[in-house]
Design a protein around this ligand. Structure first.
Ligand SMILES: *Cc1c(COP(=O)(O)O)cnc(C)c1O
Length: 410
């Protein structure tokens, strides 16, 4: 077992060796520009890009590979989808509906549009992080041009009712953009069955390279019109100019192919591994709470609040385990995660949370090691906390309450 143990697979994933192998020739002898139409070097690169386009299309069950636009990652895909639709459908309306727990790439794109005069509704979520469909239905107006709700949350792993959102969007004649960066390769995604019109994905969250991603743009029923945000040589059918990152695109394609073939097996294995981690921690510590949905969540995600322990301190004490805390360092201070706050989790408890992200290369041995270290450090830090012993006495009087009951993952 190698220390430190990497349990932060929602932040990024290691490149699968099979992906690396597929990419290497395109850093070497296969260096052509995919836009060079006049010689074999260009044709070779173009053929590789075509194959990758097919592989990306397949994992999301797109009707045609022509619906895939390669980008620099999901941040760019989100920007292109949201700003591209907003600009191109300006004659139809100026309103967008999204959700408070979306990734920054979506929220900040919406904020940028608000500064340009668009109106945005940010839907709240229930205590598990799921959007309320009745609120979504109420939020849309005849001026709404886009609904943007993610597939699965990067912090708490909660999976949104994608199909129902797609159906509602269809009913109302509104486009549906889904940031599926955490969903693709982890849960089955089908743009056709789910009624998705635009879908963002990223290479480095699915064991592919960083700096490459894609945006699916529906071409039929309806044909989505998209204004580009980068102008230039008219690559990617005019939607995203710039010489294609051929090695990266080859890697993204290979990553999709592998993920598609191994999805079911990997999801089952990670679900078991996650249960092992959860049971190990919950069996030995009291006052620990799961954040996110009990069952509707990503197989590899476990987000836990360890009451009376600062998540940041715990993370620092756990140098041998790479995880993320539920606090973000802004310029001014340590801010609790806006995602956890949107679930109604009190600020103090949000500060005690740790996100474990299990992935393809994690082992039982690593999970057992993580359990041992987490239990040791939480116990040690709590012993130093003057509050903890007092609160514990209170709790023993039988006030555990309902939070305890929600801390259950199957
Ligand atoms: C990582 C992530 C992004 C950003 O992807 P990049 O490729 O790193 O730009 C967007 N949305 C979600 C849900 C993510 O997890």
């Amino acid at each position: 077992m190698k220390i430190p143990v990497y349990l932060d697979n929602h932040a990024t994933t290691p490149v699968d060796p099979r992906v690396l192998e597929a990419m290497l020739p395109y850093f070497g002898e296969k260096f052509g520009n995919a836009a060079s139409r006049s010689h074999a070097f260009g044709w070779e690169a173009e053929a590789a890009v075509d194959e990758a386009r097919e592989q990306v299309a397949q994992i999301i069950q797109a009707a045609s590979p022509r619906e895939i636009v390669f980008t620099s990652g999901a941040t760019e895909s989100d920007n292109l989808a949201i700003k591209g639709v907003a600009e191109s459908y300006r004659d139809k309306g100026d309103h967008i509906v999204t959700c408070a727990t979306e990734h920054r790439a979506v929220l900040d794109s919406c904020k940028a549009l608000e500064r340009r005069g668009y109106r945005v509704t940010y839907l709240g979520v229930d205590r598990y992080g799921i959007v309320r469909l009745d609120q979504l239905r109420e939020a849309v107006t005849d001026k709404t041009v886009l609904i943007s709700v993610m597939a699965a949350n990067n912090e708490i792993g909660t999976i949104q009712p994608i199909r129902e959102i797609g159906q509602l969007a269809k009913e109302k004649g509104i486009l549906y953009h889904c940031d599926a960066t955490q969903g693709v390769g982890k849960i089955p995604m089908s743009v056709e069955e789910m009624g998705i019109d635009l879908l963002s994905l990223s290479g480095h969250k699915i064991y592919g390279p960083k700096g490459v991603g894609a945006l699916y743009v529906r071409s039929k029923r309806p044909k989505v019109r998209l204004s580009p945000i980068i102008d230039g040589g008219g690559h990617e059918r005019g939607m995203r100019s710039g010489t294609l990152n051929v090695p990266g695109i080859v890697g993204l394609g290979k990553a999709c192919q592998i993920a598609m073939h191994e999805l079911a097996r990997e999801a089952a294995r990670l679900t078991q591994l996650r249960a092992r981690l959860k049971d190990g921690i919950f069996g030995q510590l009291d006052e620990v709470y799961v954040n996110g949905h009990p069952t509707q969540r990503l197989p590899g995600n476990l987000n836990v609040s360890f009451a009376h322990v600062e998540g940041e301190s715990l993370m620092m004490a756990l140098k041998e385990i790479a995880v993320s805390s539920g606090s973000a360092c802004t310029s001014a201070a340590l801010e609790p995660s806006y995602v956890l706050l949107a679930l109604g989790i009190p600020e103090a408890l949000a500060h005690t949370s740790i996100r474990f992200g299990l992935g393809r290369f994690n082992t039982e041995e690593e999970v057992d090691y993580a359990i041992r270290r987490v239990v040791e450090e939480v116990t040690r830090l709590r012993a130093l906390s003057p509050l903890y012993s007092g609160v514990k006495a209170e709790l023993r009087k039988g006030e555990q309450g309902e939070i305890k009951a929600q801390g259950r993952i199957s």
